[in-house]
Ligand binder design. Structure first.
Ligand code: HEM
Length: 252
């Protein structure tokens, strides 16, 4: 297998990530594009601020999620640094209204204080990680930049993971839902499952991000090592050496 094919094969994880993002957006967005609160998956009778904040959050979040997956793709970073810069800027610009909208909607929880605290922490940490990542890039600390952005994206992707966790927890704690029984939205077990999923969705993602950041670099084959040292001789100024074995080009 040629080296470029081997590199692409090692980036296999981008494709399920992109597929999950597309499936999420295609299934979630149609309910909100018509700006009709009655179509919302979640109840919207939570005061006049809730629905405008929710749709702002969702529209900016959709753009951000697409940019996020492109940012993570090593091939795009290495071969199209301009695209990486622009999708990176769009990610940061859209992250702010997404996070602020999330902070607002979090204060009107349908499933009680545990969900409120879980979502508030998610929104606050997401904003913090994104700002730290942006500042690190501006200060040309590219290793720090990449690490903070991994964390930021882990938080953003929690909405996609939430589809899995909430389904699993509802089936576990409210099994009668499988038989089509009318359990009502006030059901305490349902609220408990929703609250639990609002925590597990981001905590697990953050743990995975920390593992990726701190794991040892993979062992390279001899031919890759030879190639790497040759390209180091050519490119005297490789800006980032990555703990995940991925080198990145600096944003401007
Ligand atoms: C980055 C951190 C995020 C936080 C803290 C967050 C927080 C929230 C909160 C609090 C709600 C209201 C849930 C309720 O009380 O019923 C919500 C709903 C929603 N969010 Fe986010 N969210 C985040 C990221 C995203 C992203 C990136 C998207 C991408 C489109 C997104 C899409 C949605 C959608 C579609 C809903 C409506 C409910 C649903 O269909 O599941 N969120 N979010």
């Amino acid at each position: 297998m040629s080296t470029s094919k081997r590199h692409l094969a090692r980036q296999w994880w981008v494709f399920p990530l992109a597929a999950a993002t597309v499936i999420f957006l295609v299934t979630a967005l149609p309910r909100y594009v018509g700006l009709d609160p009655s179509q919302s998956l979640v109840p919207t009778d939570r005061g006049p601020v809730f629905y405008p904040a929710l749709v702002t959050h969702i529209f900016f979040g959709s753009v951000m999620l697409c940019c996020g997956v492109l940012q993570l793709w090593p091939w795009l970073r290495a071969n199209h640094p301009k695209v990486h810069r622009w999708t990176g800027r769009t990610y940061v610009v859209t992250a702010i209204p997404t996070g602020v909208g999330a902070l607002v909607t979090s204060q009107f929880p349908a499933a009680g204080p545990s969900q409120q605290v879980g979502n508030t922490f998610l929104a606050a940490l997401f904003l913090l990680f994104t700002v730290k990542g942006y500042r690190a890039a501006r200060q040309r600390r590219f290793k720090d930049h990449r690490e903070w952005m991994y964390r930021s994206y882990a938080m953003a992707f929690s909405i996609v993971a939430n589809r899995f966790w909430s389904t699993l927890l509802i089936v576990l704690y409210v099994p009668e839902i499988m038989t089509g029984a009318d359990i009502g939205t006030e059901n305490p077990a349902l609220a408990g499952a929703a609250a639990a999923s609002s925590w597990v969705s981001w905590v697990v993602n953050l743990l995975i991000a920390e593992w990726i950041i701190h794991r040892k670099p993979h062992r390279r084959t001899e031919s890759e090592l030879g190639q790497a040292s040759a390209s180091r001789r050519v490119e005297r100024q490789t800006p980032v050496s990555s703990s995940s074995g991925i080198s990145t080009l600096p944003p401007s």
